[in-house]
Design a protein around this ligand. Structure first.
Ligand SMILES: Nc1nc2c(ncn2[C@@H]2O[C@H](COP(=O)(O)OP(=O)(O)OP(=O)(O)O)[C@@H](O)[C@H]2O)c(=O)[nH]1
Length: 616
């Protein structure tokens, strides 16, 4: 139909029959945000003048990296056959680390647009998200995007999609989020195919929290989907899990700027502001009801996301430690999935052990810390959660390799995941080789169409966090995509490899690895450190050890670095200057036993950045 020039919809008075709640699910980079932008423009909620790319991605880092981290909901008017509908679109992130955000958004919708890049076809997250949507009984609308690309093959991929979800390839819509082609038809189809929400208008209010974000000026903004009843401004609401009550200071819809309304009724999607300052008080998955007439039964919640990947974050300048603590506290306000506790390291000083949902989450948090808080950080190698049982039957949870118990160990279990890799069939060989080398067990293989294969492996998560994705991408010329979900734990023959400098353990380099790989890790780290640590006045052995057993050894030869050697003659002031300079340099040195190690050496060894450092 046409862009509506109708007066804004009055929330709270919208008939549920005129509401459509949907989300867009897609693999990363298949164009969700661009399509969402076009919808905002075509429905007239954002004027052409105000339009900017990725309108809904508010964080700077989201815009720069072109990825969506936090999902956002937005309301758009659209009229079909003279009747105006309120379309609530919930934008979702596409990356594996944020799957839990996708599932929240899905639970708030009746339908989903399954968006697939017409030049790429189905990818790993296309499938993962589709399965999530089907589990939530959503109506799926298959759509091919980017049909303006010369490389687009709509016929081929329409067949692939139809094959996957059933139906006729001709029913797969073809659009371009970039040029806007086909987007109006798509909006019509949303109205036509996605069921209107159902709920009881007269029942006690029940709203599901599907997101809550922290805003520096307004406190926590809670995004809700109304199921039953109604919520109004100034009403006292109750969080069903904690029974805590708050007053609604503002209620409204995003369209896409926050627009206060007289309330929210059955089926509507909007936001609440209560002046709460911490997202944990407005927990995603919780049910909101009214204090005056509380509902008796909460809505089904979500499984809370648990951190899976751990890393130590240390300020390069030790005096930044309080700043790092403050920064983490602030980020935690808006990111309930971030976990951290203080830790100290001989090599790196004071820092925090942080828990993340995955590697991308880690990367994003460290980048935000550096960018938004001006911190220079060093991150230790990522680790997962190991459960260690000692021979005297003690169970210990280890997220930091240096805490791995030293005594006799009965068993160690590690987390495993079910990984699905999608790639053109020519790469099956290299992918299997890679997965096999990472202790993967093949679970099966499915052909999707002529040349695309889904390869399923069960793999230790510890192997995936260690540059697996980079390897996969480089071995398949970027064609493979990966998705994984936790699949419990398995026992494995894991050992801790320590790195010793002159007999002293350097905690930041301890790693938990499979026994078969311990030697390779030992050789790698000892030779890296030999390159990076300057000569001392005595010989320094660098050893890798499992317990007391040495498995690899290098040594740095002795050398007296005499800064005064060049100062012949008796110019005392020059000598003093040189000695002062040497003292300055020493400040940046860490002492490990008697060995002086420049901080840069630790950093370079941890990041694998050996070549860049000057050999001394
Ligand atoms: N040619 C063409 N390019 C498009 C189209 N839609 C999106 N793109 C481009 O594809 C890239 C990814 O688009 P986004 O909209 O950021 O993708 P996304 O799916 O939102 O990505 P995430 O938010 O990271 O999951 C961008 O470079 C877009 O300019 C389209 O219809 N045609």
């Amino acid at each position: 139909m046409s862009p509506t020039a109708l007066k804004p919809l009055e929330p709270a008075s919208t008939n549920p029959a005129q509401i459509r709640n949907f989300c867009i699910i897609a693999h990363i980079d298949h164009g969700k945000s661009t399509l969402a932008d076009r919808m905002l423009q075509i429905t007239g909620v954002v004027s052409d003048r105000d339009m900017r790319a990725q309108y809904l991605d508010r964080m700077d880092i989201e815009r720069e990296r072109g990825i969506t981290i936090k999902s956002q909901a937005v309301r758009m008017p659209w009229s079909v056959g003279g009747e105006t509908f309120a379309l609530n679109m919930i934008d979702t992130p596409g990356h594996v680390d944020f799957t839990y955000e996708v599932s929240r958004s899905l639970a708030a919708c009746e339908g989903a647009i399954l968006l697939v890049d017409a030049a790429q076809g189905i990818e790993a997250q296309t499938l993962a998200n589709l399965y999530l949507a089907l589990e939530n009984d959503l109506q799926i609308i298959p759509v091919l995007n980017k049909i303006d690309l010369p490389a687009a093959e709509p016929e081929k991929y329409a067949a692939e999609l139809a094959n996957l979800i059933g139906g006729d390839p001709a029913d797969v819509l073809r659009v371009s989020g970039k040029t806007g082609v086909g987007v109006e038809e798509l909006l019509d189809r949303v109205v036509e195919l996605i069921p209107a929400p159902v709920g009881e208008a007269d029942a006690a209010a029940r709203a599901m929290i599907f997101d809550s974000v922290y805003d520096a000026y307004r406190g926590v903004i809670t995004y809700v989907r109304m199921i039953d009843g109604e919520l109004k401004p100034r009403e006292r609401i109750q969080m069903m899990s904690t029974k805590a009550t708050h007053e609604i200071l503002e209620i409204g819809v995003s369209s896409p700027e926050p627009t206060p309304s007289k309330g929210l009724g059955v089926g509507e999607v909007g936001y609440l502001i209560t002046g709460v300052k911490d997202v944990r008080q407005s927990k995603v998955g919780d049910t909101v009801t009214t204090a005056a007439k509380p509902a008796t039964q909460a809505l089904p919640g979500y499984t809370e996301p648990l951190p899976m990947v751990f890393s130590g974050l240390y300020p390069i300048d030790g005096s930044d430690y309080p700043l790092l603590r403050e920064a983490l506290d602030k980020l935690k306000l808006s990111d309930a999935a971030l976990a951290y506790e203080p830790e100290t390291s001989v090599a790196l000083g004071f820092g925090f052990r942080c828990g993340f949902l995955g590697l991308l989450h880690l990367e994003i948090i460290s980048e935000r810390l550096e960018r938004e808080f001006g911190l220079d950080l060093i991150a230790t190698a990522p680790s997962v959660i190991y459960h260690v049982t000692t021979e005297d039957k003690k169970e210990i949870e280890v997220t930091n390799p240096s805490e791995f118990p030293a005594g006799k160990i009965a068993s160690v279990s590690e987390p495993v995941v079910n990984a699905a890799i999608l790639a053109p069939k020519d790469y099956v060989g290299v992918i299997m080789e890679l997965c096999q080398s990472r202790r993967g067990t093949l679970q099966g293989m499915d052909y999707l169409g002529e040349d695309r294969v889904e390869i399923k492996y069960t793999m230790p998560l510890g192997e995936i966090v260690f540059d697996f994705f980079d390897q996969l991408k480089s071995k398949t010329a970027g064609y493979a995509s990966l998705d994984y979900e936790p699949a419990g734990e398995q026992e494995a023959d894991l050992v801790k490899v320590d790195i010793l400098l002159q007999g002293e353990r350097v905690d930041a380099f301890s790693a938990i690895v499979h026994r078969d790989k311990a030697y390779a890790y030992g050789v790698l780290m000892t030779s890296r450190l030999r390159e990076l640590i300057p000569r001392q006045q005595f010989e320094v052995p660098i050893q890798a050890a499992i317990g007391a057993r040495i498995i690899a050894r290098e040594s740095i030869r002795a050398m007296r670095k005499d800064v005064l050697a060049k100062c012949y003659g008796g110019d005392i002031s020059r000598k003093r200057k040189l000695l002062e300079k040497q003292k300055e340099g020493k400040k940046r040195m860490k002492m490990v036993g008697r060995v002086e190690v420049p901080q840069e050496a630790f950093i370079a060894a941890l990041s694998g950045d050996v070549e860049k450092k000057d050999k001394k």
